[in-house]
Ligand binder design. Sequence first.
Ligand code: DC
Length: 222
Amino acid sequence: MSDSPATNVVIAVDGPAASGKSSVSRRVANRLGYAFVSTGLMYRAFTWVVCEAGIDPESDPEGVVAVLEKTDIQPDRRGNEIFLRVNGEDPGDALTSDRINSRVSIVAKIPDVRQALVKQQRASAHASDIVMEGRDIGSVVFPDTPYKFYLDASEEVRAQRRAAQGLGDEIAERDRMDANRKVSPLKVAEGATVIDTSDLSLDEVVETLLSHLAKQGLIPNA
Ligand code: DC
């Protein structure tokens, strides 16, 4: 699989947990007719494989790398969204379980894991224009794209959003790990437009992104 830079349009949307990245990115992708990629789901899918293999990523990072070497990771396009199939399986709802929430940031800081998944992420831009959300999309995965956003929201608002989804998720702890890891930490990419979504509705955030993109020449479908 090629790891060369994208030739299609890539809109990078980064930010901390529960900042609204997925919902916003999915809608922006639909409006523009692009594919949507959640890289968080990719890290979650591989973390699921690690859990199924009975490996504790905290105490056994070498075990995680050994699992990685044996895992078949394939893109899985469903409609306008690109997911990963791991060993031929789609982990489904398990991806947002407490078990994965508490381990995904530990798995995601392992350099070999990032390298393998970044390769998948870059490849997804070969087939179509994409909106990709994550933590390091504008800083590492596609640093040359001119379309970069960083969505933020207060910790209180983000915790409320997760609770409203019925999900128990220690977002502050995940953010701490994601922002402090050595490789590709969560940060505002150079050139990114920062949007604080704390007091904005989903529609308002979508329109804000679309109006920035329109100024850059990317116009939604009618
Ligand atoms: O977006 P999310 O909450 O589903 O992401 C889950 C975890 O995956 C996040 O806490 C850190 C990791 N992640 C990452 O390290 N890099 C990305 N580009 C996306 C997610």
